[in-house]
Design a protein around this ligand. Sequence first.
Ligand SMILES: CC(C)[C@H](C(=O)O)[C@@H](O)C(=O)O
Ligand code: SF4
Length: 466
Amino acid sequence: MEKKTLFDKIWDAHVVKSVPSGPDVFFIDKHFIHEVTSPVAFLNLEKRGVGVLHPQRTVGTPDHNVPTVDQDKTIKDKLSRMQVEKLRENCKKHGIELHDLGSAHHGIVHVIGPELGITQPGMTIVCGDSHTSTHGAFGAIAFGIGTSEVEMVLATQCIMQSKAKKMLITVDGELSEGVTSKDIILYIIAKISAAGATGYFVEYAGSAIQSLSMEARMTICNMSIEMGARGGLIAPDETTFEYLKGKQYSPKGEDWDKTVAYWKSLKTDEGAVFDKEYHFDAADIEPMITYGTNPGMGIKVKGNIPSTEGMEGSNKTSYLKSLDYMGFAPGEAIQGKKVDFVFVGSCTNGRIEDIRSVANYVKGKKKADNITAWIVPGSREVEKMAHEEGLVKILEDAGFELRQPGCSACLAMNDDKIPSGKYAVSTSNRNFEGRQGPGARTMLASPLTVAAVAVKGEICDPREIF
Ligand SMILES: CC(C)[C@H](C(=O)O)[C@@H](O)C(=O)O
Ligand code: SF4
């Protein structure tokens, strides 16, 4: 019998029509929508006089443009207000479930999907958003699509897709104290580069991956896109089933048992072939941080910014341009660099375990005077738990400012911006020029590293307690 990878199994189960030498017609189980990439899709449907085929397979939430204060009031910014209002109108008109601002399950689309149990193993999931890869942590084929494809999925529940090549990344061994899943993925991207997985769909495996919680797995799959991959996925296991049990949209009773039996079949067959494989040892991974303007420009917190040795021509020019933007010089240590802002949040690291890890570190301590510290829960559910567990009190006592759920300072589409020239150590996933505001300088790291930086006021190793 043909040996299949997990990706093949889910893919094959969703091909509606295979077109020789063309893309497959591919069925989509779940479709998430947000206010940025859906309005034009709905508008075009309207123009064509076409409706939404399966409204119950689509779920919406406003997240990118929303303010993170006074969410109960009218949104001040006109464009943001219009986008959110359009999302509301479109969902209402087509009978699509919307988790609106202020409602119990409002939040970043990639945080609320798993939280509600909408995201499940074996599914195909799309959203007009590149970080849809997050949902792959459940053993699903999940990927971002463009606005014209959003329109296609709304109208037909299908999409035209060519099958990606398959990559296996194995991380074996035990992670050292203070090393988190964010460090694993920053390490992998630094090793294979921000373009290293272009054209591939990645499966993550190995004992270090299996030992991670669902939330930590989501952080890894979330950033698959930052190495160019179409998406990333992890085979479901007991950790996955345990996470999903009892969630609002998870199967119940007899259905649960039947479904789990199916989910257990969702793994790569022994001997299945990948187009490319990488193996890493967990023992080599240390707390990581980025120093440049793409997520592949990462080093150990204890390391030095690479020198220009061996670089030539345009590579060297663009490297120096990137360092110039960051205000760094080749070869220097990153530890000890002064920081102005810390941001804990986003669909990469805005979940409850992330907030717990920061609160645990800063408990009884104070943030440094030079730091503005923002903590932005990924959802209302996370916010609620953070209050109930006393984490908000700990964080506020340490000088952190709690804001309401949304994408916030992950990208400069709302009011939460890092001022030009300022340094932010951020738990988000992108450090492109201007990502957190025009001229803002972003360094990506784990929530634990961010906590240590907040206390020390400069880049430091979270394994030391300040
Ligand atoms: C605005 C949206 C389309 C975008 C994405 O696709 O990822 C955003 O979420 C991001 O993280 O840059
Ligand atoms: S939190 Fe950031 S990465 Fe995630 S969807 Fe929002 S803008 Fe994109």
